[in-house]
Design a protein around this ligand. Structure first.
Ligand code: ADP
Length: 228
């Protein structure tokens, strides 16, 4: 499903971000990616949906060879992956439903089908009643649920999240985490970078720890393992 083989990433300004990372993540796994700030977690995640390209090494995601992927094939890859960010990245002038629908229009899904998929996705995150509301009128937790609905609308095989609870209070964070658990229960692979020690230590999933661009720990039912 996701495989990295000796992946190196150096940014154009010479900053090394990943130094020889090899990992396999199978279908239906739930993986937390932990580590200090600047360790390379975001880079690890960005490489998976080809926001960044590796300097060296091989990456395969959902059958796509990331470094060989032609530009016109990137939308196909992105349709098989849902991405959720710390700062939600909702478009402020669009309603919740329009935000969820936006990506559908871009890939040319017929309007009627989009409407149905958007309704189902909003129901699934428990926000069908907020369909016509602008993001600024929603709480942080609700905005993140909308962003998750947007990530789910294409029924992706993999959901990738970069600190999805980083801007949320503890209660909203737990609500979001339960949603990711339900997503995983459907058989969708979840990969999540997080600094949320309590959640990692309670959920006991696979934990991949990154330090200075290298995987230093990879445990089933792991713990957070940092004092920060
Ligand atoms: P984390 O998500 O664990 O905080 P990142 O992957 O964001 O780590 O960063 C890893 C290293 O790469 C850091 O030294 C960071 O400063 C650097 N870095 C991240 N993005 C860029 C970029 N676009 N250009 C240059 N350096 C970057």
């Amino acid at each position: 499903m996701i495989e990295m083989q000796d992946v190196w990433k150096e940014y154009p300004n010479g900053t090394p971000a990943l130094n020889g990372v090899s990992v396999q993540i199978g279908k239906s796994e739930f993986v937390y990616v932990v580590g200090p700030s600047g360790a390379g977690k975001s880079t690890f995640i960005k490489l998976m949906y080809r926001e960044e390209r590796p300097t060296r090494g091989h990456i395969f995601v959902n059958g796509f060879n990331i470094e060989r992927l032609k530009h016109r094939k990137i939308p196909l890859l992105r349709r098989s992956i849902g991405v959720v960010f710390q700062d939600f990245k909702l478009l402020p002038n669009l309603t919740a439903a329009e935000n969820v629908a936006f990506a559908q229009e871009v890939i040319g899904v017929p309007v009627r089908q989009t409407r149905r998929r958007v309704r189902e996705a909003l129901e699934w995150v428990g926000l069908a009643d907020k369909a016509d509301v602008l993001p600024s009128h929603l709480s942080g937790g609700e905005q993140q649920r909308i962003a998750i609905a947007r990530a789910l609308v294409n029924n992706p095989q993999v959901i990738i999240a970069d600190e999805p609870t980083g801007n949320l209070d503890p209660e909203s964070s737990w609500g979001i985490m339960k949603l990711f658990q339900r997503i995983n229960d459907r058989g969708t692979t979840v990969v999540m970078a997080t600094h949320n020690r309590e959640i990692v230590n309670t959920m006991r999933k696979r934990v991949i720890a990154i330090e200075r661009g290298q995987i230093v720990r990879d445990e089933a039912k792991g713990t957070y393992g940092y004092e920060d």
